[in-house]
Design a binder for this molecule. Sequence first.
Ligand SMILES: *Cc1c(COP(=O)(O)O)cnc(C)c1O
Length: 429
Amino acid sequence: MKYFSLNHNAPEVSFKEAVIQGLASDKGLYFPQIITPLNPVFFNVIENLSHHDIAYDVIHQFIGDEIPEAHLREIIADTLSFDFPVIEVEKDIYSLELFHGPTMAFKDVGARFMSRCLAYFNKDEKDSKNTVLVATSGDTGGAVASGFLGVAGVDVVILYPSGKVSDIQEKQLTTLGKNIKALEVDGVFDDCQDMVKKAFLDESLAHKNLTSANSINIARWLPQMFYFFFAYKALKKLNKPLVFSCPSGNFGNICAGIMAKKLGLPIEHFVASTNVNDTVPRFLASGEYDPKPSKATISNAMDVGNPSNFVRIQELYNNDLAAFEKDFSSYSFTDDKTLEALKQIYNTSGYIAEPHGSVGYLGLKKQLQKHDNAIGVFLETAHPIKFLDVVEPALGITLTIPTQIESVINEEKVSVKISNYEDLKAFLR
Ligand SMILES: *Cc1c(COP(=O)(O)O)cnc(C)c1O
């Protein structure tokens, strides 16, 4: 499969090159040349297929023959080593739980898949290594650290803002050792992000083969299609239209859902639910795309002012706004509303959500007013324990610490403090 740059000013590349480069040389995001809908027979028999078989059928066209079938199936089995339950929260409203992986965030799926693809592509390059460089405000770093731990030929360097990630998140970044290095930056998330961007453009670091591991990388973005198919498999027997609400930051997750629909998955409508970082809801209201600097909220993994995957969504609709609005809505919610919903969900059903899922729930409820007879699914993108500072006081409960978290919480933190770009360069050299 060939990929082109959405800035249209860089050569087409293979899947392998797109994964290794991350971003095209013209700074555009890569996008597949051809998207072929799946055979309708697939949807007729989906309830008889395993998650691993579904995932293979969904993704293999995007890889072509660049990874042999048997190996791709191994990568998928390794990636999807945990479950994706669909839980009924109230009548006709379901939570698609994406947090049962090793770091308890949905980003585990993309990080595990990407790391294993890179490892495959690196297997014959004995003397060159790739360095994955990521800036994180919380969840991405942990998923990438865990996903890439021990992967041959890949070093991982994670930059995070000192004192601005939760204790659990910090432990997930700093305690693994081996090929994972954590840099604690004296600054905020934007400072980390700026340094990473600068490093990608720095010729003097070209020999480090730097690559990104956020959702701009196709190998992190595309596997996120899988769980929309899994939810469909679970809910198909209800035989009703499906509306999905994704708590959205960089819009990678929802963009994968729209790709799934392009492949033929019968989804009636998508809702991108955001916190007060509302660039996309404002765009739908005014027709003007006007990104703003991000604001801090309690659903901080979605504190994104300029969602990087939105250009991919526009490409999926050929920039046809009317067609887009038929399938897609987007609403923004304040922290107060988010907390209110968190409590309401708990009080009426006993279900413990967390701030991101709660934003997703709010958007879903709003959209369902426009759909008679539909089933709504909101994505629960992290385990409540990851946001215990918000969830415990709001609900007046004490959460039990899951084993995945327990295993890092008592490990010793190892990080290197840096304060500017020169420090980062010195570290990478
Ligand atoms: C990353 C993240 C999101 C946002 O996902 P996007 O694909 O960037 O829109 C939502 N919730 C949690 C918990 C996250 O970590």
